[in-house]
Design a protein around this ligand. Structure first.
Ligand SMILES: [Zn+2]
Ligand SMILES: [Zn+2]
Length: 580
């Protein structure tokens, strides 16, 4: 059993306990353990080494949880979890996945109205029964109906991060099949789309029947839909379809191209081929009956006099034209990033200490990071006041001093002072200028009142932009994948204002955000906008989210010059501080 599944089990135990109204600390223990485990770089399987004591070394994992992990690793399930599930209505867990509904409401709806499924919840809302419950009303009932629509529309598509994880697992498994000589994945995942439907795997083999036999025995298979001579499909236990195709080696490139898509890109290439008197399909490129290319994607593009077009650009957004003119962008790469400008610590809702975070970034090869803990609206809920930033700066100074001393052996690294400052509904910032002026980095973000009209929201953001200390506009659309639609805003106006004022648009790499949208990034780049690619990490392991940010940037055609955190520190601050 891998970390993600173990984390899921703990999350589910925590959710069930919370709905049952169990002791708050017990609930928290499971939820925290789930978070710790899902963010670990190393597999628990490897750490365990037959001794649960090894697991107790992990933060938040006591004896009891260590034994449960042992059970999951060795038996494949946990008795306590199974017993909870037996006595528990699974429909209640589905309801918990609807945006805006927490365990307390699940409990309320179930106890008062017997609501134990999505369908019953929808019916209760439509019949106007939810509004009569305590702490509910017509408005919150209407909101639940909207959230239910979103839930149904989105629940079939996987987040990019989950798709990558599932792909890694199944490729690892297929590598164990000795009859496979070449193995690749295609589909929208190869284009790094923000959400993924099915997984597509292609392979080469001289023994397709054996490969199919092996494939359908994958341990996470819930259902085999088809087992054919060269194509099989399974449904994973998380409800995702995986297609495997065995392809002749001479057609592998053509098949990779065909199954990577997008459909629109493929059509554009087909039309292009036609003009050259050729035909392209999933088997190869043909002139009359004769196949003239197909082994690799490169040779196919080359045949038409085109450079290789990376999968992230294959959306028919002008890439064929750019390729023809030899004007494809030189895409920004992860290795170009010199720092991360949106990171949370335990000073707001993150989990780690400043020193730990900074050293982790330094040791990963970065030169700087900005600590951007939340301005009070979120922080006050955690018992903090604006004055705490002054205390935080002292700690940052101390850690920076320490880092300086370590620089000889470990390299230079600096922590920038910053905040993720709420843009209030009236467009003011949630911290006074007297605090902001001491900040190197101010990420201005909308975290409240998402339902304003487009006009109001646009004015709200543009007013915030006037503050000279704002350096970036954080997660500009505000959407949460599969949970919340973007707020209404005139993105063209916002982009233009950002360009005019020298405010960077953020690409937030959190898997549920991936925000700004790739197509807005492309439009903004064409207008001359600058960007920062940030992780918005709340724990050290989430530094990895920068990779997702890079994939959005690449899909938006961004180059190194477009991204400010590829700059050396001095140049970065010169750009940001010229408005002060
Ligand atoms: Zn935020
Ligand atoms: Zn944030």
């Amino acid at each position: 059993m891998d970390n993600q599944r173990i984390a899921q089990v703990f999350q589910e135990i925590g959710d069930i306990l919370e709905i049952q109204g169990a002791n708050r600390f017990r609930v928290l223990a499971y939820q925290k353990a789930a978070l710790t485990i899902s963010e670990m770089g190393e597999e628990l399987k490897g750490l365990y080494k037959g001794d649960p004591k090894e697991l107790e070394k992990l933060p938040g994992i006591g004896k009891d949880l260590a034994l449960k992990i042992e059970e999951l690793l060795t038996v494949g399930k946990c008795q306590y979890h199974q017993e909870l599930l037996k006595k528990f209505d699974k429909g209640l867990l589905d309801i918990l996945r609807v945006r805006g509904i927490g365990p307390k409401k699940v409990k309320l709806f179930f106890e008062e109205l017997g609501v134990n499924s999505i369908e019953k919840l929808r019916k209760a809302a439509k019949d106007g029964k939810l509004r009569e419950l305590p702490k509910m009303g017509e408005k919150s009932e209407a909101e639940i109906l909207v959230a239910l629509d979103e839930f149904e529309k989105h629940s079939e598509r996987m987040m990019l991060s989950e798709a990558i994880h599932q792909k890694d697992l199944i490729l690892e498994y297929m590598k164990g099949c000795k009859d496979v000589t070449k193995l690749e994945y295609a589909g929208s995942l190869r284009r790094m789309k923000e959400t993924i439907g099915d997984l597509d795997i292609l392979c080469v083999s001289t023994k397709p029947a054996e490969v199919m036999e092996y494939f359908v025995k994958y341990e996470h298979t819930a259902n085999v839909i088809a087992q054919g001579a060269t194509k099989s499909s399974i449904i994973l236990d998380i409800g995702v379809q995986v297609d495997l195709r065995v392809i002749p080696a001479e057609s592998f490139g053509a098949a990779m191209h065909y199954f990577t898509g997008s459909k629109e890109h493929n059509v554009a290439l087909r039309d292009y081929a036609k003009k050259h008197g050729m035909k392209v399909n999933e088997y190869g490129v043909f002139k009359g009956e004769k196949m003239i290319a197909g082994k690799t994607e490169e040779e196919i593009y080359k045949l038409f006099g085109l450079p290789y077009i990376p999968p992230v650009l294959r959306e028919n957004r002008g890439e064929m034209e750019a390729a023809r003119k030899k004007k494809l962008p030189k895409l920004v790469e992860f290795e170009d990033l010199k720092g991360d400008l949106h990171v949370h610590s335990e000073w707001s809702d993150g989990t780690d200490e400043i020193g730990e975070i900074a050293r982790a970034y330094r040791d990963a090869g970065f030169e700087y990071m900005a600590l951007t803990d939340h301005s009070p609206v979120v922080a006050v809920a955690n018992g903090l006041s604006p004055d705490r930033f002054k205390k935080q700066w002292k700690e940052i100074d101390t850690v920076n001093e320490e880092l300086k001393k370590e620089a000889k052996t470990k390299g230079d690294f600096i922590i920038l002072k910053g905040t993720e400052c709420d843009i209030m509904p009236d467009g003011s910032l949630n911290l006074p200028d007297s605090i902001l002026k001491n900040m190197d980095i101010v990420v201005a973000s909308v975290h409240s009142r998402f339902k304003m009209s487009e006009k109001e929201m646009t004015e709200r953001v543009l007013k915030a932009f006037k503050n000279p200390y704002v350096t970036q506009f954080g997660h500009p659309s505000g959407r949460l994948i599969n949970q919340r639609e973007p707020y209404a805003i005139d993105m063209n106006k916002v982009i233009q204002a950002a360009v005019d004022l020298g405010i960077a648009l953020e690409i937030d790499g959190q898997p549920s955000r991936l925000d700004i949208f790739d197509y807005h990034a492309k439009i903004a780049k064409e207008k001359g906008a600058k960007f920062t690619i940030d992780s918005d990490a709340h724990a050290i392991g989430q530094m990895e989210f920068l990779h997702y940010g890079i994939s959005v940037a690449q899909r938006g055609w961004l180059e190194k010059e477009d991204v400010l955190n590829t700059l050396p520190l001095k140049k970065l601050l010169q750009f940001f501080h010229k408005r002060r």
